[in-house]
Write a protein that binds this ligand. Structure first.
Ligand code: F6R
Length: 265
């Protein structure tokens, strides 16, 4: 894991955008997109680079990380709507290049299997953006999710439903079930970017990065991945014990190393 502590949210967004831009400019790329508040600055920066610096997504595909069960694609808080609103409508993905899960599928297990197969058919995900939940979830893999899990239906914890209530008119409107890429699915991405912003994430970030690999903190599964970049602001880093070491190694990062996502297998 490369752990990079940056002074503020803008620098986290710019560094995440640098990594995605580098991969997208290098040739056909498959990008994994998270929703929630954390990646919004990164998406805004990518949109700016598209408008002002010619960054084009015409050869790229995108796969969403998860979706609420029971919300139609047209619902403003379905993750397909959110991704359209926050990034896809403002850049130049081909019309059929942004893939999501159907939260209204009559057979969620079949929908999940279809989704894993479509990621594989696209050649796998080159760069996966992740936020982290206050309970350590990535995607919607709540505590005790199997570290080998595939895309499937999950029940949200009350804590996650409370955390996400801000997006809905009433707390009870937050769906109880979701379809999410599994931890095993996420671990197959070639490069994972875990973003963490704000003090509310400090405990989850510390458990994920410095705690044991344990289903109790699903994000800790990323310790098993060979290419993870953790980009966090100072507040999200506030419970880490080894920040000085992370800053020392980042300061010594050789220019030739860059952040390059691994080449396609
Ligand atoms: C979003 C997702 C979640 C969020 C996490 C953090 O697609 O899968 O894991 O990344 O809940 O949410 P925010 O960024 O809103 O704090």
């Amino acid at each position: 894991m490369e752990i990079i502590v940056l002074p503020d949210t803008d620098q986290v967004a710019r560094t995440a955008a640098d990594i995605i831009e580098e991969r997208v400019r290098r040739g056909p790329a498959v990008v994994g997109l998270a929703t929630g508040s954390t990646p919004l600055g990164t998406y805004r920066e990518l949109i700016r680079r598209h408008r002002e610096e010619g960054l084009s997504f015409t050869d790229a595909h995108a796969f969403l990380l998860d979706e609420y069960v029971g919300l139609p694609a047209s619902h403003p808080e379905s993750y397909r709507s959110v991704i359209r609103r926050e990034i896809a409508d403002h850049v130049d993905f081909a019309s059929d290049a942004v893939h999501g899960l159907d939260g209204e599928a009559a057979d969620p297990a079949a929908e999940a299997a279809r989704y894993d197969a479509s990621i594989a058919a696209a050649g796998g995900i080159d760069v996966q953006i992740l936020g982290i939940g206050t309970d350590g979830h990535i995607g919607f893999n709540e505590p005790m999710s199997s570290l080998a899990s595939r895309t499937r239906i999950k029940t949200l914890t009350e804590q996650t439903r409370r955390d996400n209530a801000r997006f809905f008119a009433r707390p009870d409107d937050v769906p109880e079930h979701v379809l999410t890429q599994g931890l095993g699915t996420i671990l197959e991405a070639r490069h994972v970017l875990l973003l963490g912003l704000g003090e509310a994430k400090a405990g989850a970030v510390a458990a994920a990065v410095e705690g044991p690999v344990a289903a109790l903190c699903p994000a800790s599964a990323l310790q098993l991945h060979q290419h993870v970049t953790v980009l966090i602001d100072a507040a999200a880093a506030s419970e880490l014990e080894h920040t000085e070491y992370y800053q020392y190694t980042y300061g010594k990062k050789p220019a030739w190393q860059g952040f390059r996502a691994a080449r396609r297998r």
